[in-house]
Design a protein around this ligand. Sequence first.
Ligand SMILES: [Zn+2]
Length: 442
Amino acid sequence: MGPASTPQTVVIRGGRVVDPSQKLDEVTDITLRDGRIASIGPAHSAGDATVDAAGLIVCPGLIDIHVHLREPGGEAAETIESGTRAAAAGGFTAVACMPNTQPPIADVDTIRFVLDKAARVGSCRVHPVAAMTVGRQGRTPVDMAAFMAAGAVAFSDDGAGLDADKVARAVFEQAAACGALLMQHCEVAALAGDGCVNAGPVADALGLPGIDPAAEEQMIARDLDLLRRFPARYHVSHISTAGAVEQVRRAKAAGLPVTAEVTIHHLTLTQEAVLRLGPNAKMKPPLRTAADVEACRQGLVDGTIDCIATDHAPHSFEAKARGLKEAPFGIIGLESAWPLANKVLVESRRCELTRLIDLMSCTPARILGRVSQGTLAPGSEADVSLIDPGHSWVFDGTSIQSGSTNSPFLGLDFIGRSMLTFVGGGCAFRHADMVSRLSGLS
Ligand SMILES: [Zn+2]
């Protein structure tokens, strides 16, 4: 990593260590040494640095499988430096970044650029997702094996779905042959058209073109059909409709190698938010109905949906100020993810804390094939998040580390906050309130 300094040995004392990958939930110590998890259990020596973690959750670093870092080309909204700083502040130790940059992450040089930049200035690990098609143009499959060798963890033309059936067939065939992970932004362009909110009463009231759920569901249906013939690893990005959740449920029941993510905003907001919040509630896929939100929550609870992502999508104030029809899609999410997810799932008693950590760390690591992340097992990377479950705070512009502030959650009171983040054993983020709990951390 870039700025983090790495003491040889760090002892994190007396926290509630929660690691679903080891079915662990107990108050104990954890020792990091030389960038790896050394041990879990009472630590008898002091270490070069010590953290008093009493009252804090100590868990495997959160991993966000769907982030836009905007670099190269969109540095006015976010950079690899600012985006990973936001990630570390939100408790994330790794992010997968989407290829719809300018130029797109659609060649070996750009994959290397992202990895090199992240290594130099990043506050967390960055796993590049490369385009599925040359130039992200949707016409010709890329050379997946070459891109994977350069460091791409998955393939997506995110921002758009892969429309052309013949190209999609070739992409699935190649992915199945080389073991690539496909992440599809499921949206049939001809059905979505120039829609900017969910089709229905809100779109009608505002006189705006709508995006029908069928735009998402038809692409999933086509892809699942391809998956039966070409068993690639297939991941549905930002699932948003009740019908799509049911499609994935049935595909899993039929044994297909499919996974899915849902965003925080599709778990917490309905289409009506557009009326209140305007462009900061404009995303793709659009915010849907209460029934869709409930289906997504249920999908997480019953295991149909595998993980939670942010789809962190920074946009400048000026871009979002253009009004609902013209403003770009998406919101930032890295720094508000934990308290929102915790509220909607754990505080509401839909699931246990350990399941939430599984959804935000262990499973994303597994989907990305990063076996030494998303776990506190001894020998794995010392990527650790410390979260204060009782910290109450206001999510406002003053603390935001992202290069942009386009969030519908600004001004909300949150409970629960990431306080200290270790990446590879180095301190990547510390909240000011932690100073008295630290010794030996430079
Ligand atoms: Zn997308």
